[in-house]
Design a binder for this molecule. Sequence first.
Ligand code: ADP
Ligand code: MG
Length: 682
Amino acid sequence: MELLSPVDTIKGVGEKITKLLNKLGVYTIEDILLFFPRTYLIYPSPSVPNPDSVGSLISISGRIKYSPKAFRSKSRMDILSVTAYVGDIPVDLVWFNSNYLKGTFEPGKIYVFYGRLINDNGHYKMSQPQVFEQDKYEAIKQQILPIYPLSKGLSNNTVTKAVREALEHCRVSDDRLPIELENKNQFMPYSQAISTYHFPESFDKLVLARKRLAYEEMFFFILNSRLQENNVAAYPNQFEISHHKEVDDFMAQLPFSLTNDQQKVLDDIREDLLGEFVSQRLIQGDVGSGKTIVAFLAMLDAALSGYQSAIMAPTEVLAKQHYYTFSKWVEDSGLDIPVALFTGSMKVSEKKAMQKLVDDNSNCMIIGTHALISEGREFRELALVITDEQHRFGVQQRDKLSGKGNHPHIIVMSATPIPRTLAMILYGNMHVSAIKELPANRLPIKTCVIKESMRKSAYKFVVDEIAKGHQVYIICPLVEASETTEAQNVTDYSKKLKDYLGDDYRIGVLHGKMKPAEKNQVMDEFARHETDILVSTTVVEVGVNVPNATVMMIENANRFGLAALHQLRGRVGRGDAQSYCILMNASPDNRESERLNIMLKSNDGFYIAKEDLKLRGPGDMFGVRQSGEFSFRVADIYQDADELEMASEDVDMIIKEDPNLESHPKLRSTLNSFLADQFYVL
Ligand code: ADP
Ligand code: MG
């Protein structure tokens, strides 16, 4: 078996599984070896159900008094149900379409069940729990089991087996890095790191494997970016975008004045626009720091200079929001500048009308989603392209946008909070500007962490805020693959909420599985204050700006990384009213409260992400990606900050001696195979 053999050469991987793996981007043996677990599972010691463990994944050791009952539901599903007694606490267990389990139970015997504990009208319940014989459970409890990212039809077991086979039959070469680096860094050998990352014997070994893999990813990432810097000539600036007085006039009549940081970034951009070469600038600003207006002002200068400019956003909701904001600002300015919008869900006739606007006006401001870069979409005199929430785009998509013009100025915007030094390492080929301070009118968001027992007070608080004319986000828990779907989860929640609150409140529902047009509608209604509460999955995490919303309530906050919570919290506190963030903690674990309490201490995203990591044990460190900025397979810029710095130093050392890798052919070829992998963002 060779690294580049197709996956169907693995024993047990037939046509059907091959197709499913392909869908996940796994085509070759190498792909599957690098298809790493998303997290690991250690089965917990059995515990006794209690109100605080409702909502958590637990295992219980329970006695079955009778054989399970099998029946068929109205929707013709086979249902198997039985009650297990933990001491004298009954827990109802149900399985769907799993009647084969029936014969496995012996009345009177104790089994271990692993699943999420729920409270069903006062009764403890587990749906689809895994069942183990007691002694088997004791054995498995010691292991660290990989949990892979899956797709429908593909089980964790299937992937686990396929990976095992591949590891057994394929040799991975350890000859990758120059010997001087191997000697200096003393990492676990590459091949061992790969097998350990799939099947760790211990957390200590897992940590070592991670160091190796993370270091390598970042090493090649940085190496590539430095080589590009060396080779790619900067493009000459052939545009004449000067600073116009009309922009100052517009700024003067804004209801706010720019913060010092915003002004500084704007000055940086203006200088770029007049420079000898086109701009390549990253604007970093934490959530709510006001990046949009800065982008607008730059685009306004472009328009007044007779050029088109474009801003690309990752979601339709965000693109439309920018479109409304920009249209309103242009209107306020009294200037005659057309604004065009392109999104995937627009009708052909609408797109045609927009395209005409673009064709007829060399000073058009263009806003859109990926639809901007689709075939056939053409612009003229495109002098400036901006990518908002840049981490949501791949490098190719961003290149495509620039490709719509003739080497235009490039600005990317990001809300991932990283220190400047880190940004300089990661974005070596970009200039970096940061907006650190928030607008002065902002009151710090008040945050609290509460338990299930305080739910009523939380809802009362929500209702009071609505009575004051404000709006509320409620974020539903993340769902795991084995549980109900995310859509169902959000819908059920909003129904329950409606039952509880009564009909006086207008509730919108938003989840990732909705069509873009539906999502837009729900978001529009919320933005126009036609709904009071938006029950949503984390889809609102990116960029959404509804300043009238003052409460962010997050269910099962314990299941989120703090960086994600920080982004979610950033959806409120965007106006001048006091805003609140309510974190519902469903975990009985004290460490979990301690972790969530970090959110009370700071509003600084980087601090939060770092503190989060300090508190995590090695066990729960692995499932959590603090930053979505770089699509590394393993590495995370916060968790692996030390390796990142090492990698950066090592790359500099190599490049200094051998700027084109002429005496490092091996490194060059390993780099090429990394690049072929195409998971790098920049
Ligand atoms: P982000 O940086 O997260 O993209 P936005 O650009 O969406 O933030 O800005 C958040 C809100 O703050 C918007 O309603 C915007 O109009 C407002 N805003 C921007 N700059 C200022 C400022 N200097 N003073 C007051 N409010 C501002
Ligand atoms: Mg934004």
